[in-house]
Design a protein around this ligand. Sequence first.
Ligand code: AMP
Ligand code: MN
Ligand code: MN
Ligand code: MN
Length: 288
Amino acid sequence: MRFDLHSHTNCSDGELSPEELVLRAENKAIDVLAITDHDTVSAITPAKAAIKKHKLNLTLIEGVEISTSWHGFEIHIVGLNIDSNNSLLQQRLTQQIATRNLRAEKIAGKLAAIGFENCFDEVKKIAQGQSISRVHFAKYLLRAGHVSHIQQAFDKYLARRAKAYVAPMWISIEEAINWIHQAGGEAVLAHPTRYDMTNKWVKKLIEEFKLAGGDAIEAALPRQNKNELIQLVNYANQAQLKVSQGSDFHRVSPYTELGKTLDLPETCEPVWRNWTHLEQVSATINME
Ligand code: AMP
Ligand code: MN
Ligand code: MN
Ligand code: MN
């Protein structure tokens, strides 16, 4: 079975609609897809409806990617198998979106102070009423000709230590884990090697995540070399954490694709091993 347990739609900073995303997953022979938008679950209902409408042979895992603050870093915690209708979770995510909007206003203020006035209205238009991300600011800066590519917008203005960066005001890792557990899900530390921190800090992050009650870490990531995968599997085993895999798909590009090069070795405990709702799917697949 092919799993991709980390993906985005245009309900956050992805480009495909929920319907387009599930159709692409089917097209790329994914069996189990988690939609994990930043701080929102609003793609889940339309994605389910699209799976039904097109009679897709795809199991959808209800997910979310929650932003947290940890020692000045912005750490992402993925929740898998949450109940997206859980009202307490929904209330809490509404609060995260409020934090996101407040941060967006501050970023816009910093950009205005360095000469990019009135950018906020344009950014909101790009976000199309959905939760505002730094990616929407990056797109604005690109479209307005202030940078020549998205990465440059992050490097010059939006990334940590860049000119319009706003220090994180997110909840703690422990709170995010509790929110996910309360909604019936499992908490996964997203892309542990992609936070621009030394190995020593990555290890400390994984250890503290475990102490805070975390369940798994993402080990198989996109654009990854074999050593990184082996190292992350070792860290997971040492901390007695399960492992997950996900493309972190945001858009169609030559570099990223659903399910692309995601393979965990045998020497680890996949997060999905005890997911009973998959038994029916695997039985169907074996019969084919
Ligand atoms: P936000 O959730 O608003 O903090 O934005 C974070 C998102 O921006 C991540 O999920 C990525 O999609 C994207 N991102 C973060 N850093 C970079 C970067 N250096 N270059 C390109 N995209 C980035
Ligand atoms: Mn993103
Ligand atoms: Mn992330
Ligand atoms: Mn992501």
